[in-house]
Structure formats: C-alpha cells, structure tokens
Design a protein around this ligand. Sequence first.
Ligand code: IPM
Ligand code: MG
Length: 354
Amino acid sequence: MNLNIAVLPGDGIGPEIIDQAKKVVNAIGNKFNHVVQFKHGFVGAVAIDETGNPFPEETFELCKSSDAVLFGAIGDPKYDNDPKAKVRPEQGLLAMRKKLGLYANVRPVTTFKSLIGKSPIRQDLVQNVDIVIIRELTGGIYFGERGRSDNGNTAFDTNLYTRPEIERIVRLACEYAMNRSKKLTIVDKANVLETSRLWRETSQDIVKEFPELKVDFMFVDNAAMQLIQAPGNFDVIVTENMFGDILTDEASVITGSLGLLPSASIGQSTSVFEPIHGSYPQAAGKNIANPLGTILSAAMMFEYAFNLHKEAKIIQEAVERSLEENFVTEDITQTNPKSTSDVGDWIAKHIMES
Ligand code: IPM
Ligand code: MG
C-alpha cells in the first residue's frame, strides 16, 4: 500500500519525537512492503518564524493532499510569557483542527502492566483501566467569540455549540461505544451551562438510536473526581472541547506518564495523529523526551487512517515490550534511562525482528 504521510514536527521536543515515529513507520513499511512517503510541513512557532503564520497555506494544502498527518507538538515559552502576542503557535493547531474539520479527538487511556507501580493512583484502582475519551474538537469556548472591553480590563470568551455539532460527535461516540463494552458516559455541566443543557437534550435524542447502549450523564466536576476514585468504572466518555482538554490531561496520570498517551483527530478531511502532551521546551534538543506517545499515535494512524490493524498491533506490542524491558526514557525510570533516539531505534529494531 502507498502511505503518503504529512509530517508536522512543530515545536520543542516535536522534531525529536517525530523522528522516532518515522523510524517506526519505516520499519513497518519495510516489514509489510508498504511504500512510505513523508512530506514535511511547518506548524506552530517554527511556522511563525518561517512564514509569519502558525498554520501556513502550504501546510494546509500538504495535509489535504496526504493520507494522514503525523504531528509532534506545539508551543514556545516566548509566547507563553507574552500574553500580548498577536500571533500564537497554538493558533496553528486550532486552525489545523478547524480547517481540516477534525471534530472528534479520540484519546485512549490504557494502563501498561509494567507501569502500574508508576501511577500516582493506587494499584488496585488502575489495574485494567481501559478508557477512551472522545473530545469534541472544533467547537465550544475554543472557537467562540472572544475579546476585551473596558480599555482591556474586561475579557470574555464565548462557549457556543450548535445541535448538529453535538449530534455528530455524540453519534460517533455511541458508535464507538457499541464496538466496545456498550457503555457511554456523557459529561457536561448541565446544572449551570446552557450549552451543556443543549448537549444533554441533543444527546438524549441521539442515544435513542442505540437502545442497547448503557448511557450515563455526569457533571464534569463529578467526572473529574470519579476518574481518579474509580477509573475502572469508565469505558467511553464523550464531552465538549474544554472539558475534554482538562479531563484527558487528568486521565493521563492514571497511566503513570503523560508521555505515553496518543490521540487521533478525525473528521471531514485528513486525520491527524499526535501525542496528547505538549512541546516540553525544557527538554528540547536534549534527546530525553519520551517518544512513546508519538509512536503509539503512529499505531493509531495505521488503524484509523489505513485500516491496517496488524501493523498497529505490532507497534503496540513493541512499545509494551520496551516498557517491560525497562528500555525507557527518564520520565519512566531513574535507573539507566535511555535517550529518545535509543528508544526509537530499539522499537524499530524490535519490529523488524519480530
Ligand atoms: C491539547 C493541547 C491543546 C489544546 C493546546 C496546545 C492548544 O492542550 O491538544 O490538549 O488545548 O487543545
Ligand atoms: Mg490539552
């Protein structure tokens, strides 16, 4: 099969972790006779430096003409510390999501046996955790009207959702849950927010199409608590953009490392695969960042974009093996940690030899 992949390394540790995912994709290509072609594009702070635009038109065209997008990370401290900056790297990520119509962000949270002791949560609670959080990605407060008044001393952000936006993401989550254990938790704040009441109303209609599904509605504050107290009770969770952003970072600690979580963003155009962590600028260029979230995102790419399940499975198994053998970066082990590129090489080699 021909695999035309747009590669957007982005900022900070992005280029280093993306290099490891490329090694792994090449290893799979060699093993299964797929013809892999990578084409690189700029996004984020590097794109601002190169073109003035955090998501340049050429990058957009590249994404549209590719079969999948492999994405690293975005963000640069020089913008974080400058709230007055007119252009920000994060706008590149948001523009990419919006322009490619990536309305569904799928973030699986699974525990790895060998890492259970690393979780800050009690072992008996995190064993067998297998959750998928489906986050709405192109609406809500991230994209609503925002601004300042009162000479800049008053600020507002608008949370806005339309019924069709809610319908498509809730339907996707229902279908997803039907292929798993038929359990869906819909998270909102319907006791306070009007947008959440529309979510609940719309969801109640949609779930009628899936009579076999066991559906729970949960307020986001309660969900945040239950995720830590009893993560094993969740299966598929669907929620709006901002709640999903927060809950997925929270859920990531269950696995013991934020560096491990992959994601797939799917929608109307080419899908994007990226780790859920940020650009970790303190580690940039040091060859210490954990590449596993990105490598597992490449596994999701084989599954979601190419429908190549065996390939995805082999990558996941190789990652598990590297964890079992403690061939991992310093965020996971203090004893003899390996570099980013060593981990990438090890996994690519393991794939070739398996
Ligand atoms: C994420 C990130 C982004 C978000 C940032 C970098 C804009 O935190 O993908 O979760 O808030 O969506
Ligand atoms: Mg986030």
